[in-house]
Design a protein around this ligand. Structure first.
Ligand SMILES: *Cc1c(COP(=O)(O)O)cnc(C)c1O
Length: 379
């Protein structure tokens, strides 16, 4: 089955009771048993729920994996991966990463004796020098948030395989429409389904997909034992969102390109971060591991100060000033004061998250309206 068919049918079956085309929202905590232990595969909804199961099958299908898991948020999905580790273990992570992931790693898991090395992964050789006998996991986000750096997943997976480490890839920005990390050698794919998979800015949800049965079993155990599951109503909404993922992504990419090119040509704009430019330092890797370049675009103004950036985001009318990304509507954010405020200033500036940086999640509106809006806001 090809990808566009998978978004609609992947892992899905019509409901056995009445043939409903969409899975019913099984809003139930428990399931009747005829004798103790004799049931139809479902006992208690923290452990299993048919609506959630349908979504988990869809996740697995989209990422070309064997097992999918849905969680109450993207962060809850990351948290489940971290629970595979023990005190003393070490993680090598990209240094340019979602602020909430950085906060979880440093403010929660460092307290439990896990050590993190935050490093630039544009140069793969850099990774090996941080590997020791204690290293267990490599954490990759690509494209990175918000600097749109590209990490060569295949090259990182060669390193992780050589040293027998787990490789997890946060695939939130690219979505499986653009990039499928398991096919490039990753062990775990993670999603904030809050973003493109849900796609309509109305659900907070996370997901994981793996191929290996024993890894899946450990993660299912954690999912049930720690309990950070999503509800059936939310599972239904994300399944509905996924059915148009391919058409939405196509438009996100088209509009993202138009916006990036407009900004690049504007006299008041300094840098535009978008992997589709030939001048992007890892354009060739982006071209080889992604189908297109997505709808996320970041930029800085020549007038490089905090106030100038704030003025632009306040002036925007169609782009909404808001956190988050990946919905049908265009959003603008100021990472230094919003999504990345939890990362210390000197730490974030090292990766390029300066005060004048603005991040756009380009939606699927008419691109002429989006460009006109940016034009009037930048002045
Ligand atoms: C939003 C986001 C997360 C966290 O997901 P939530 O659903 O907000 O918990 C993780 N990684 C990336 C890249 C994100 O954009």
């Amino acid at each position: 089955m090809k990808f566009n068919t998978k978004t609609i049918h992947g892992g899905q079956q019509h409901d056995v009771a009445y043939g409903s085309v969409m899975p019913p929202i099984y809003q139930t905590t428990t399931y009747a048993q005829s004798t103790p232990g004799n049931h139809k595969g479902y006992e208690y909804s923290r452990t299993h729920n048919p609506t959630r199961h349908a979504l988990e099958q869809s996740f697995a299908s989209l990422e070309d994996g064997n097992y999918g898991l849905a969680f109450g948020s993207g962060i809850a999905a990351i948290d489940a991966v971290l629970k595979l580790l023990k005190p003393g273990d070490e993680v090598i992570s990209t240094n340019d990463l979602y602020g909430g992931t950085y906060r979880l790693f440093t403010k929660i898991y460092e307290n439990f004796g896990i050590k993190f090395h935050f490093i630039g992964m544009r140069n793969i050789d850099n990774i090996e020098s941080f590997i020791s006998a204690k290293t267990k996991l490599i954490w990759v986000e690509t494209p990175t948030n918000p600097m749109m750096n590209i990490i060569d997943i295949k090259a990182v997976s060669d390193v992780s395989k050589k040293h027998n480490l787990l490789l997890a890839v946060d695939n939130t920005f690219a979505t499986p429409y653009l990039q499928q990390p398991l096919n490039l050698g990753a062990d775990i794919v993670m999603h904030s389904a809050t973003k493109y998979l849900g796609g309509h800015s109305d659900v907070v949800m996370g997901g994981l997909v793996v191929r290996d049965k024993s890894l899946a079993d450990r993660l299912y155990f954690i999912q049930n034992a720690s309990g950070a599951i999503c509800g059936p109503q939310d599972a239904f909404l994300v399944l509905r969102g996924i059915k148009t993922l391919h058409v939405r992504m196509q438009r996100h990419c088209e509009n993202g390109r138009a916006v990036a090119e407009f900004l690049q040509s504007h006299s008041k704009i300094k840098n535009v971060y978008w992997p589709g430019f030939e001048s992007h330092p890892n354009h060739e890797i982006a071209k080889s591991q992604m189908k297109d370049f997505g709808g996320m675009v970041s930029f800085t103004t020549k007038e490089s100060n905090f106030d100038e950036a704030i003025k632009i985001v306040e002036n925007l009318k169609i782009f909404t000033l808001a956190e988050s990304l990946g919905g049908v509507e265009s959003l603008a954010g100021h990472p230094a004061s919003m999504t990345h405020a939890s990362i210390p200033k000197d730490e974030r500036e090292k990766t390029g998250v300066v005060d004048s940086l603005i991040r756009l999640s380009v939606g699927i509106e008419d691109k002429a309206d989006l460009i006109a809006d940016l034009k009037q806001a930048i002045g």
